[in-house]
Design a protein around this ligand. Sequence first.
Ligand SMILES: NC(=O)c1ccc[n+]([C@@H]2O[C@H](COP(=O)([O-])OP(=O)(O)OC[C@H]3O[C@@H](n4cnc5c(N)ncnc54)[C@H](O)[C@@H]3O)[C@@H](O)[C@H]2O)c1
Length: 256
Amino acid sequence: MRLNNKRAIVTAAGSGMGRAGCILFAREGAAVVVVDIDEKGARGTADAVKAAGGTAHVIVADLLKADECERVVHDGAKALGGLDLLWNHAGMPGPAEVEGLNLGAYAAAMDLNVRSGLLSSAAAAPYMRKAGGGSILFTASVAGLVGSMMAPVYSAGKFAVVGMVMSMAQRFAADKIRVNALCPGLTDTPMLPQFVNRNNDPSLQEENAKKLAAAIPMGRPGRPEELAHAALWLLSDDASYVTGIALPVDGGYVCR
Ligand SMILES: NC(=O)c1ccc[n+]([C@@H]2O[C@H](COP(=O)([O-])OP(=O)(O)OC[C@H]3O[C@@H](n4cnc5c(N)ncnc54)[C@H](O)[C@@H]3O)[C@@H](O)[C@H]2O)c1
């Protein structure tokens, strides 16, 4: 088992990739803390982890709030008896506009996509040092590697995540804490239609969905489990010499 006796916190774990990750990590031997704003979703993930024979704790939190980002780490480490792994998976599409941008929506997107993981990682570092090392994973996006016509604000936040990961990897290397970014392409989760449909003009929604799908060489969106396997690799000791990378898992989207 790749995560035997590891203690992991996963944010935005009540759905999609975060949920798939929790189930996979538990199968690989980790005890997990499931963090989400949606209690029902978080409990659903914890039940699935337990059904797979694993151990799960639920923490309900709104990671748009700075103090919540730190609390989930302190409460999570307490529940787990320490901390080895943190997956900062929370994020949101945010506003699509450039002209007519709503500044409140801009700030919320930056707070969730960039600040939440930064604050949780800062809170996690002392626990990981105490454990003799650790692994931190951020979810960025292919929009953090190449520009996105449909999502300039989202892309700005995800590029920031990649820059932060490359910088934090250097800062924490001496502590044996690895820091990496997972860059999903279109992935089949509830966020996908949210992303495509947030354009205010409904007549463009179908066209946008088609344009996005046509841009994937493998011709389909990713499955949450496929992303979870990449997250497992980056978090586990199988990637023991890997730090500061931004790994696209995208059916070939960024290699075009
Ligand atoms: N799905 C995609 O196509 C795609 C592509 C690239 C990157 N991503 C990134 O993946 C992450 C989203 O994961 P998903 O696709 O598995 O989505 P998802 O919709 O399945 O899950 C998102 C989860 O985040 C939770 N959440 C939302 N706001 C929150 C908050 N303020 N505090 C705590 N939890 C909150 C939701 O309740 C939900 O359970 C984001 O970082 C997103 O930018 C997604």
